[in-house]
Design a binder for this molecule. Structure first.
Ligand code: NAD
Length: 356
């Protein structure tokens, strides 16, 4: 297995491997860039088929976190960790504590948060061994309601703000009556659907979970379609909120929406799809820009947490996207390429706007 010559290595500062025979823990922490601050990123637990697959995933995700935090103007670098194993079979308190010790051994270079396969209680378990964890603080939201450390509601709010900005730019209107297709009603998709319904949007949804579809029908009178038919839905906005790679050679020709804006990471299956999307007249909100609400909220955790300050910062996602859209119109370049250029400039800078 190559590391330095791996196709996704891309200037990583550090890649740490760890095995704890007592608990069966096999984990990798990838630290892509710490020029703006410690590398904060989720800890993913997944039954990878091979060590190579786990390494590719952690390298790709860690680099993505550097770009996401830079575009959100956070004093954070980019990192990610993976635990190799089926969470439903292998996850034990002892294994999570061993992961906590591994994270602690890195001395704060990497800060772990939730990702797929890990939850708030799991990160709390790691936190019994290290202070270098995030996404676990119970707090009050902007309306004064108690919320857990789960970043998903803030991610959904950021995506909602981003969809508003994209619709304003592309269709010159607000969300009232705009038709939005949401692919995946998970932790983010459900909250997003509520924000959109409250703004008067008409929802079309799909999921592999029947119960969630029934809930969407009941709550928002959503139009239910199959997972295959969501791409061709007759809507204004397509919001991928399930897995990566939703925009690919098979799905792109089917898409009727003129805006693609959703929560999923790595929405474009391959690099060339940013140009392909542009050529089809579709406005694409780069995924790591629009889905930064969760990490923005987490970055404000601490005794001084202010939901209002975090919310104001998340509202900035709309302005960042508007700037990218305008530059894309002016230069004819795809939005993702432009976002990457801005992020890369910022990764050379040390300009944190607030302290952790
Ligand atoms: P989740 O696992 O809670 O939800 C995913 C949903 O998609 C589930 O309801 C699942 O049943 C559904 N799904 C699975 N396969 C599907 C398919 N083929 N078609 C339609 N639906 C399908 O995940 P989440 O936390 O809501 O995150 C959604 C996406 O957003 C992921 O790509 C995640 O990486 C990304 N993201 C999440 C956050 C966050 O704060 N949770 C932050 C940034 C990015």
């Amino acid at each position: 297995m190559s590391v330095f010559s791996h196709k996704d290595f891309d200037h990583h500062e550090d890649v740490h491997f760890h095995h704890d025979p007592a608990t069966g823990l096999k984990a990798i922490v990838a630290v892509h860039n710490t020029s703006r601050g410690p590398a904060l990123g989720g800890c993913r637990m997944f039954a990878y088929q091979s060590d190579e697959e786990a390494l590719s995933d952690v390298l790709r995700l860690s680099r993505g976190m550097s770009y996401k935090s830079a575009m959100a103007n956070l004093p954070l670098g980019g990192g990610k960790s993976v635990i190799i194993g089926d969470p439903s079979a292998m996850k034990t308190p002892a294994l999570l504590q061993a992961m906590g010790k591994f994270v602690h051994s890195l001395g704060g270079q990497y800060i772990a948060a939730e990702d797929s396969g890990t939850s708030v209680p799991d990160i709390e378990q790691m936190g019994s061994m290290t202070p270098h964890v995030a996404g676990i603080q119970s707090k009050l939201d902007v309306d004064g309601n108690p919320v857990s450390g789960d970043p998903s509601p803030s991610t959904a709010y950021g995506v909602f703000v981003g969809i508003k900005a994209a619709v304003q730019h592309k269709l010159q209107r607000d969300l009232n009556g705009v038709k939005v297709a949401i692919q995946g009603l998970g932790n983010v998709g459900m909250y997003l659907a509520q924000y959109l319904a409250d703004a008067g949007a008409k929802l079309t949804v799909c999921d592999i979970n029947e119960e969630k579809l029934n809930m969407a029908k009941l709550r928002w009178n959503a139009n239910i379609v199959s997972v295959e038919d969501i791409f061709a839905a007759d809507v204004d906005v397509f919001a991928p909120c399930a897995m990566g790679g939703a925009i690919n050679d098979q799905t792109l020709p089917q898409i009727k929406a003129t805006v693609i804006a959703g929560a999923a990471n790595n929405q474009l299956a391959e690099k060339h799809h940013d140009q392909a999307v542009l050529e089809r007249g579709i406005l694409y909100a780069p995924d790591y820009v629009i889905n930064a609400g969760g990490i923005i909220d987490v970055s404000y955790e601490g005794p001084e947490y202010s939901a209002k300050k975090a919310r104001t910062h998340i509202d900035g996602i709309g302005d960042t996207l508007a700037e990218i859209f305008e530059r894309s119109d002016a230069t004819g370049q795809p939005t993702e390429l432009l976002a990457n250029k801005i992020a890369e400039e910022r990764l050379q800078l040390r300009t944190p706007e607030h302290s952790l």
